[in-house]
Design a protein around this ligand. Sequence first.
Ligand SMILES: [Zn+2]
Ligand SMILES: [Zn+2]
Length: 384
Amino acid sequence: MKTKSLHNQLVDWRHDLHMNPQISFEEVYASNKVANLLNEFGIEVHQGIAKTGVVGVLKKGTSTKSIGIRADMDALPINEINTFSYKSKIENRMHACGHDGHTTMLLGAAKYLAEHGNFDGTIYFIFQPDEENTFGAKTMIEEGLFTKFSIDEVYAMHNIPGMEVGSFGTRKGAITASENLFEINIEAKGGHAALPHMGVDAITVGSQVAIALQSIVSRKLNPADNGIISITEFITDGKKNVLPGKVKMTGDARALSKQTNELIEKNMKKITKGICDAHGVSCDISYKTTCPVTFNESEQVDYATKAANSLLGNKKSNGDIEPRLFSEDFSIMSNDKPGCFVLMGNGIEGSNGRPLHAADYDFNDELLVIGSSYWVELAEQQLK
Ligand SMILES: [Zn+2]
Ligand SMILES: [Zn+2]
């Protein structure tokens, strides 16, 4: 592994980032640290793209070919319950998705490539804010990521708990789902709890809608396709002895294709409206895609898998894993440029094996050298 000698340094950087987590567009600590280190490595630094976003530009040789590698820097509004020495110093802020590790791996690759990199072309190191609310990539693009910089193709990585540490996976086509937030408002008459026949109970109608929506995935969607509808809030204005007149349901639908997403939206509107009509109540449905499907271009998947094979051997790298139903705003970058999103195992044991966003999760320090060496391998192969 090319970045092996950086191990202690990488662990220090990661622990420092872990102790100082900040959320969406507030990642000043990480952003300054990234910019200072890139400067120290002799890399051209561009700050202030989407507030805290940073782009490092490293050019060698004469080729006009280029590659962009993206890491996310934001933490989550979670209170960390880990007790190790480098636990979060900030209340209700935690690197519970491993973005401290993603940032550190890309910094490690940047240091190695600046000092010893054997390539001909330009590498763009992209450090983005706010992945969790899915506005970071979008805002960086709006502020010129792909117009100010000539980036041919883009790559990004996420750690995956429960997968053997350092094992690699990606796939062609959709790799992570779209996120679609919906809100359903039902307006009925309400009434007296003891006189239901004189009013209209919004809870009874809302409950029927909630149950019926579950039949979309089980009965409308081709079983070979994937989708999820989760109703996550059900709020009424009822009281102990008052039938509610209003129900508000919000939720989250996921899909691995535009077609599935359209099918979910269309059926959600049809079923909700049908049930409400039958009860003589009115409804209003909004359905918004906040993050598109992450689509991996075949050619870039081949390159990404080839680099993993060279680094890890083909037993530890898989170019045809199953898609994941979480969403990832790198999708917005790979919508604009051919790209590939890859996963690397964070380990199975202890805090490394806990789910992302759990208050006792932790990024695996063993992955720092592997992940940064992977970026070095990929960049050197792509810019031979
Ligand atoms: Zn996350
Ligand atoms: Zn994440």
